[in-house]
Each structure stands twice: as C-alpha cells, then as structure tokens.
Design a protein around this ligand. Structure first.
Ligand code: PMP
Length: 392
C-alpha cells in the first residue's frame, strides 16, 4: 500500500521544484553572498530575489524580511530582542497557554530569569478571549506574543481583535508578535491589517526545506540580534547565509502564492468530511478544537485533532502505522521522549480525551481516497483496540 502521509503539521514533503532549487544553488550558485567576485555577487542576487519572494508571500516589504534557521530561532530572536530593547519600559509579557515550545519554553525560562509572564487560557475550541488581553495589559507590558494557528488542533486565534486592543493601549504600545508557522499560506490573513509587528515562519511547513525560515520585522522596529558574528542580514543575524535552503524556501513561497494557497483553501471541505465521518461513524469519538465545519476565522484547513477515549494516542499512531498511515499524537515538534504538556493537555477537555488525542494534518496533495482509507482503518482499529484495553 502506498504511504498516506497525514503529519503535515510536523513537516511537509519538499516539492520537486524546491529540491531542484536547492540542488542548483549548491551545484552552481555556491558563492558566499559576501564575496566580491562574480560568484559571490550572483549568490547575493539570488538571495535578494528570494527575499522578495518571501516578502510577497506575506505582503510586506523585502527590507522587513530576515532569514533565519527556522521559526524556533525567529521566535527566540524576537522575544529576547524585545525584552532586551524595551526592558526600561517594563517587564511583562502576554502570551497564550498553548504556544509552541519555542515560545512557551522560552517564556518559562524568562520567568525564571525574572520576567512577568501572563499565559492566557483557551476555551474548548482552543481560542483565547481577546478581552483577556485587555484585562491583563498594564503599563509594564512590552510584548504580546500570540500564535496565529495552533499546531496541534488548528485553532485560529483572533489576531485582528488583539491587534485592535493593543492599538488602543497607552503609548508606547506593546510589540505584537505572532508565530505564524501554521498559518502562512493556509489562511488569508492580512498581517499588516492585524497590526502585527513581527512574525515567524518555517519553510518546511509549506513544502520547503528544513532548517530555514524567516522573521518579518516591521520597519522601524530596531532590536538587538541574538547571534553576533560577521554581520550578515544587516547585522541582525550573523552567520554565512544558507543560500541553498533560502532558494528552496523562495521556491516553496512562490508555489504557495501561485497554487498552494488555493489548494489549502480546498482542504476545508476535506477536513470537514473527515471530522464529520469520524464523529458519525465511530462511537464515543470527539473532535478537539475547532469543529469540523469551522469557518476559516476559527479553524485552519489542514489540522484535525480527534480523540477516541479508551485508546491512547500513541497506541493508535502505531496501529495506523501498520496500515502505512502516518499521523501523530498532539505534537511531534518536540524531541522524541520529551514529556511536555501539550495544548490538548491544557485545553478544558479532560484527561481521557487528552491522552487519546491524535492529530491528522493534511496538505493539498492528500486526496479523498486517502481520507476514505484512513476512515475505514479507524472504523476497524478503534473498536478492536478498545476491546483489548477493556479486556473484552
Ligand atoms: N511554531 C509552530 C506553531 C510550529 O508548528 C513549529 C514547528 N513544529 C515551530 C514553531 C518551530 O519550527 P522549527 O522547528 O522549524 O523551528
């Protein structure tokens, strides 16, 4: 049986055009962009074209894009940078209880270092209440960092409402950052309109290469770098640029803009079908987070989180693997074995549902046939595993 890959929130398969762009850059465009000779200048030109492509994807200016090794670095650079640049203004950060570990883990570390952090709770749909931001804002708040789409259950956060609340905050208003990894190209969000000052992306979440991403930083926002060295990326991110990966990311960004975005929009229907079929044909099953038919301002098109109480998430993941189906438990973004609280543990859905949660994450290359095969395996496997765990 051909493999059915439904773990696209963890990573996506690189497009053939991406692989070719990486190969070409390595084979032919291997100059160092800082070198003065022709090969260096060509590498620099290719990198600047890539910057324009990524900027186009986000509808921002190319001078506002900084290449990084991915969203983990982008989030760390931004958060540490804001705390260092604005410490004289205050020492309070607002975030959510369900951020990716690259934000939540850092916030926990900052707390140990003396920063005051407010973790906003989420409801059963995985959403924060924007009014909670208003309630917790105080004159010491220097940063509000709220993910655009949750990576475990696809909840879309009300960024525009948060942006509006922050814009009414007494001047100087807090910096508004968003981890947009699971949102870019998948939802039609106007980042400037939402009032975000900065955002993070990772190329491997949209069919680009691993280990490359970007940070958008609104013009006029001057932050200190995380890494010091040769002064690349206008002094903001030192280290010889990973030009092959950057070329691959640009190719993925072009695809997303020209084709991928429409493909993701079509996934809303497939997600709804999968969720409805699970609920209707497998007794005692639950969809965690946005409902199957959630509108695009509530639920992302590519992530469905489901629980089958009585069957532990990891047991079901392995059972599906025997049928050549790849899904994951809550989040595969942490190193294997790292026992961390994930969003499904934090959401108010109870332990039985949380420990039984699996995440099915789609991409535009998944088909209705694949989803039907997954459903037919689930319909047989879930009752069989329940019979074993219940000793019948
Ligand atoms: N934020 C979110 C929401 C993610 O899903 C991920 C990847 N799992 C990251 C940040 C980190 O991305 P990377 O591992 O590529 O740095």
């Amino acid at each position: 049986m051909p493999l059915i890959y439904l773990d696209n929130s963890a990573t996506t398969r690189p497009l053939p055009g991406v692989i070719e762009a990486v190969r070409k850059s390595m084979a032919e465009g291997y100059g160092n962009p800082s070198s003065l000779h022709r090969l260096g200048m060509e590498a620099e030109r290719a990198m600047e074209d890539a910057r324009s492509e990524v900027a186009n994807l986000l509808s921002v200016d190319r001078t506002e894009i900084y290449f990084t090794s991915g969203a983990t670095e982008s989030n760390n650079t931004l958060i540490r940078g804001v705390l260092s640049a604005y410490r004289h203004r205050g020492n309070h950060v607002i975030t959510t209880a369900i951020e990716h570990p690259s934000v939540r883990g850092l916030c926990e570390q900052l707390e140990r270092e003396g920063t005051r952090i407010t973790y906003l709770p989420v409801d059963e749909q995985g959403r924060i209440d924007p009014e909670d931001v208003r309630r917790h804002l105080d004159p010491e708040t220097i940063l509000c960092t709220i993910m655009a789409v949750n990576n475990e259950m696809g909840a879309v956060q009300p960024l525009a409402q948060v942006g509006a609340i922050l814009s009414q905050a007494p001047s100087p208003r807090p910096i508004f950052h968003t981890d947009a990894v699971q949102a870019v190209g998948k939802l039609n969000i106007n980042w400037r309109h939402a009032g975000v000052d900065s955002l993070s992306i990772s190329a491997h979440k949209f069919h680009g290469p691993r280990g490359v991403g970007a940070l958008y930083l609104r013009r006029g926002l001057n932050l200190p770098p995380l890494l010091l060295g040769g002064g690349q990326e206008r002094g903001f991110r030192s280290g010889t640029e990973n030009t092959p990966a950057i070329a691959g990311m640009a190719e993925a960004a072009r695809w997303l803009r020209e084709e991928g975005f429409a493909g993701y929009a079509r996934l809303h229907t497939l997600r709804q079908y999968l969720g409805d079929q699970i609920r209707n044909s497998i007794p005692d099953s639950y969809i965690n987070g946005p409902a199957p038919g959630a509108s695009a301002d509530r639920g992302a098109p590519h992530i469905l989180n489901a629980s089958f109480p009585g069957v532990r998430g990891e047991v079901l993941v392995h059972a599906l693997e025997e049928h050549d189906i790849c899904v994951s438990t809550g989040s595969a973004c942490s190193a294997k074995g790292a026992k961390e609280k994930t969003a499904v543990d934090i959401m108010p859905i109870g332990d039985a549902r949380a420990e039984a949660a699996i995440r099915i994450s789609l991409c535009p290359f998944n088909t209705q046939d694949e989803i039907d095969r997954v459903l037919s395996v689930l319909r047989k496997t879930v009752p069989a595993l329940r019979r074993i765990t219940r000793g019948r």
